[in-house]
Write a protein that binds this ligand. Structure first.
Ligand code: RB5
Length: 148
């Protein structure tokens, strides 16, 4: 499974820890930055990661900012992206089972390293349930298409 990572300055240290850990776990990881604590704007990094998922260059995206909120909103502006801002493993599980989330956003200033890893394990190993949830995800696509 190919995973793309990105973060703003609020999330870059956590993103680096997670990148190294995912590589040790055998995942193919692409790190789109940022690469320092210098202040940057989260929409650019949310967009970069979402674009890779949108283009099929990555199977899943995991993105980080201080809260996980801004960068997640940015990712969700791209067509076909379903990015869930999650804080614990159960919401990560549901984001996969019910929403077929293809990205998650995580708050590096809110969630600790161990919890972040638990969330990611669940996100990467839980399948979409389909069925009635597929109909609802189709309706999300319809909303996106109509834009109102
Ligand atoms: C940056 O200070 C901070 O606003 C950002 O990382 C994120 O939390 C925004 O939603």
């Amino acid at each position: 499974m190919k995973i793309v990572l990105a973060a703003d300055h609020g999330g870059y240290e956590r993103k680096n820890v997670i990148r190294d850990w995912l590589e040790e776990e055998g995942y193919q990881v692409e790190d789109l930055g940022t690469h320092s604590s210098e202040s940057v704007d989260y929409p650019e990094y949310g967009r970069k990661a979402a674009r890779r998922v949108q283009e099929g260059q990555a199977d899943r995206g995991i993105i980080f900012c201080g809260s996980g909120i801004g960068i997640g909103i940015a990712a969700n502006r791209l067509k076909g992206i379903r990015c869930a801002n999650v804080y614990e493993p159960y919401s990560a599980q549901l984001s996969r089972q019910h929403n077929n989330a293809n990205m998650i956003s995580l708050g590096a200033r809110i969630i600790g390293e161990d919890m972040t890893k638990e969330i990611i394990k669940v996100f990467l190993t839980t399948e979409f349930e389909g069925g009635r949830h597929q109909r609802r995800v189709d309706k999300l696509d319809d909303l996106e298409e109509r834009g109102r």
